[in-house]
Design a protein around this ligand. Structure first.
Ligand code: FE2
Length: 279
């Protein structure tokens, strides 16, 4: 992609296959026409970066509402008064279920095991950074589908995957205290197609740590198959790593990108504010 200049906003590509930086005056970000251009570009580039915009919760919610229908994914988990803003932190005093946040150390898409259309987009503001770690990584899952050999695309086209909370927590399950397990929706799962067709006609792979097993496939075979799909989908050319500065605002297509965070310490103080858009 080349640099795209509109009247009030410029989109500058980050890497050939993923990401664009949004350059605009702060107030232009609340112009519905600019927001619509951002929405188109989101499907095109999967990740949009707005450096140093320092949104308040109110501004983040206003932008979220302009971009699409606001979705409250996990309000009961945090102690925030702006209940549509989820505080991403490992601090148990603020987030009652930090195990979900530990789960974000692994490649995933939000909301996959839940009984609803997967969220369309996720929006994240950096409030406090960790001294070490905490970068967010994104992998373009349109590219993962489109760059696959044709024979493999045909092989996976009709596969269906069971996504489960248990799968997303499997690699940290033995680190979760027994007393906390009841708060986590461990038994929740949802069957979804592996290949998702988007409104723009493109298809993306729906995989990640929530992908538990493949319908109709022997368990071990299916898990190995999923592991290989995850490796394929997160190869370096498809990935952008965002090095946060406080005040940065990043939006990504939840079903067009896998995401994860570089591990950071529980006492790091890292705090991100997340909003979501319904699918
Ligand atoms: Fe996430």
């Amino acid at each position: 992609m080349n640099v795209i200049r509109k009247s009030r906003v410029t989109f500058r590509p980050v890497k050939p296959l993923i990401g664009a930086v949004v350059e605009a005056d702060r107030e232009a970000l609340f112009d519905p026409e600019v927001v619509a251009q951002c929405r188109d570009m989101l499907e095109e580039r999967t990740v949009l970066v707005m450096p140093q915009v320092h949104f308040t919760n109110e501004e983040q919610l206003a932008f979220t509402d302009l971009l699409g229908g606001r979705l409250n994914l996990t309000s009961e988990a945090t102690t925030n008064k702006d209940e549509d803003v989820y505080q991403v932190t490992l601090d148990r005093k603020i987030n009652r279920a930090p195990e979900y946040v530990l789960g974000t150390f692994f490649w995933h898409m939000d909301g996959m095991p839940m009984e609803m259309p997967p969220p369309l987009a996720t929006l994240l503001s950096a409030r406090r950074l960790a001294p070490k770690g905490g970068q967010t990584e994104f992998a373009n899952s349109f590219a993962a589908y489109e760059q696959m050999p044709e024979a493999q695309r045909a092989e996976i086209e009709d596969l269906r995957i069971i996504h489960s909370v248990a799968a997303s927590l499997r690699s940290i399950a033995d680190a979760i205290p027994e007393a906390e397990k009841g708060k986590l929706a461990i038994g929740v799962e949802k069957e979804r197609p592996l290949v998702q067709l988007h409104k723009n006609g493109r298809k993306s792979l729906i995989v990640g740590s929530t992908a538990d097993r493949i319908v109709g496939m022997e368990l071990a075979y299916g898990r190995a198959y999923i592991a290989r799909l995850n490796e394929w989908a997160t190869q370096p050319d498809f990935v952008y790593q965002h090095q946060w500065q406080a005040g940065d605002f990043v939006i990504w297509s939840n079903t067009g990108a896998l995401h994860r965070v570089v591990p950071y310490a529980r006492d790091s103080g890292r705090m991100m504010h997340r909003t979501s858009i319904a699918g």
